[in-house]
Write a protein that binds this ligand. Structure first.
Ligand code: HEM
Length: 459
């Protein structure tokens, strides 16, 4: 399949095969969403898919994805998946676009500055120590649960600090998994079904309301105390994201955020930053458990750099092989699908895209394309080494997206994941529980169906 611009008059995107009236491609999407999305590349660089009566142009070439996310980004808004999330998550940076999004992103960005990541990494190291200290040699643990708890703690501790926030952190642990579970379904089912009084909807609405309430309470408490000198690196005051957001002033307009907007941003960041990291971590331990030779090299590197002391932020730069293992696990287990909406008519790769049309890109499918990655199904961390003969090229590896909506938490996620992997590796080998077949479940980030593992002490 040619992957270049087509000269000549613009044409319509070819439809994926198997389309039915009214249902469109809903059946293969329902039965085997991941395999179906991956198969689209065989039908062109831009393929039309109908989810029921909702048409989407799926971009299967990295050049088109780059054009939409980066080169011509101003011609696109967020699209359907994000619209459906807005009633729950409000107007945080995940769901908004345009000038409002740019302003919010400018104000939030400092919280993800390198100097803050170093502070958060110290907290992550303590959370990873706690996780590994709770394990007993030979007693099976669920790595899906362990990584989720760790990721929730890392994000919650970044957002709130201090004893006042303990009830909020406990509530996040209780409610966020329920919200995340219901979220994907909400993103794809018709809006009219949201209000059906079925248990899933009720549990979802109750959890989302609890989460909003408790965050509002903490914001009110912070406000009553004053946000301190957070953000300015002062000795007093909290150094957490919530304080930063409350005290943040937009350099261009001189305005601050209202309490409601701060709450929306907190929820957006929690929602975007927990399941993604937790799932990536779970897959890393799964791949290490299946590849003893990779595990051995990773252990040797961690032994040489960290030994048996707690992991420090400065260690990250000295763990290149561990980093390659992370990148490779994330390549194989990337987010499934994000949407954009054309704000004006345009032509992309010879295909005409009308105003209002929905587009989508799949980091997951791109990262498994044999035209882009040698032996894409093979887990091979060496492809990421500096001297790797086939080090994947720019635009082809986009687990964090690209352009103005690129993941704001990418450095946070790297610190969080490397800290956990190195802390675990310095103490334990995790052996897959016998007799279990780990399957891939479709989700925003495809997840392991289960991941029971047995800790074996390394010392
Ligand atoms: C391995 C872990 C992670 C992966 C794979 C990941 C992936 C992504 C991707 C692909 C996007 C862009 C979506 C698009 O194009 O529409 C994104 C956006 C975002 N991510 Fe992450 N993410 C991860 C971790 C995190 C963490 C830890 C945080 C926060 C603590 C976070 C916060 C966000 C936010 C707020 C956005 C929206 C940015 C915007 O639209 O301006 N993510 N993420």
């Amino acid at each position: 399949m040619a992957r270049t611009e087509h000269p000549g008059p613009a044409v319509h995107a070819p439809a994926a095969p198997g389309r039915l009236p009214l249902l469109g491609h809903a059946l293969p999407l329902w039965r085997q969403p991941i395999a179906f999305l991956e198969s689209l590349r065989e039908h062109g660089d831009i393929v039309r898919l109908d989810i029921g009566t909702w048409p989407v142009h799926v971009l299967t070439s990295p050049d088109h994805v780059h054009a939409v996310l980066v080169q011509q980004a101003q011609k696109f808004g967020r699209g359907r998946i994000f619209d459906r999330l807005r009633p729950m998550f409000g107007n945080g940076i995940v769901t908004t676009d345009g000038e409002f999004h740019r302003k919010q992103r400018r104000m939030i960005q400092p919280a993800f500055h390198r100097s803050h990541i170093t502070e958060y990494a110290a907290v992550m190291s303590r959370a990873a120590e706690e996780m590994t200290a709770s394990w007993t040699a030979g007693r099976e643990i669920s790595m899906v649960n362990e990584t989720r708890r760790y990721a929730l703690s890392s994000v919650a501790e970044m957002i709130f600090s201090g004893d006042l926030s303990r009830p909020a952190i406990a509530e996040v642990h209780r409610s966020l998994p329920v919200v995340l579970e219901g979220m994907l379904l909400r993103a794809v089912i018709p809006k009219s079904l949201d209000r059906l009084p079925i248990p899933l909807n009720r549990r979802f609405d109750a959890a989302a309301a609890r989460l909003r309430r408790i965050i509002d309470q903490v914001i009110a408490q912070y406000g009553a105390e004053g946000a301190g000198e957070a953000g300015e690196g002062g000795e007093e005051g909290r150094h957490d994201l919530l304080s930063l957001l409350l005290s943040s002033v937009d350099p261009e307009t001189g305005t601050t955020m209202g309490a409601e907007q701060v709450r929306d941003e907190v929820i957006a960041i929690m929602f975007a930053g927990t399941e993604t990291s937790a799932t990536t971590l779970a897959w890393i331990f799964h791949e290490l458990g299946r590849h003893p030779e990779v595990e051995k090299r990773l252990h040797a590197e961690v032994d040489a750099v960290v030994g048996t002391r707690p992991v420090r932020p400065a260690d990250m730069a000295h763990l290149p092989y561990t980093n390659s293992v992370f990148q490779e696990a994330l390549r194989l287990h990337s987010p499934l699908l994000f949407t954009r909406r054309a704000l004006e008519p345009l032509t992309l790769g010879g295909v005409s895209i009308p105003a209002g049309a929905e587009l989508a890109y799949s980091p997951y499918a791109l990262h498994r394309d044999p035209a882009l990655f040698r032996d894409p199904a093979v887990f091979d961390p060496d492809r990421w080494q500096e001297d790797g003969d086939e080090r994947p090229r720019a635009h082809r590896y986009i687990p964090f997206g690209a352009g103005q909506h690129k993941c704001i938490g990418d450095s946070f996620a790297v610190a969080e994941i490397l800290t956990a992997v190195a802390t675990v590796a310095s103490r334990w080998r995790l052996v897959p529980a016998p007799g279990v077949t780990v399957r891939e479940l479709p989700a925003g980030m495809p997840q392991p169906s289960e991941l029971p593992m047995i800790p074996v002490s390394r010392h």
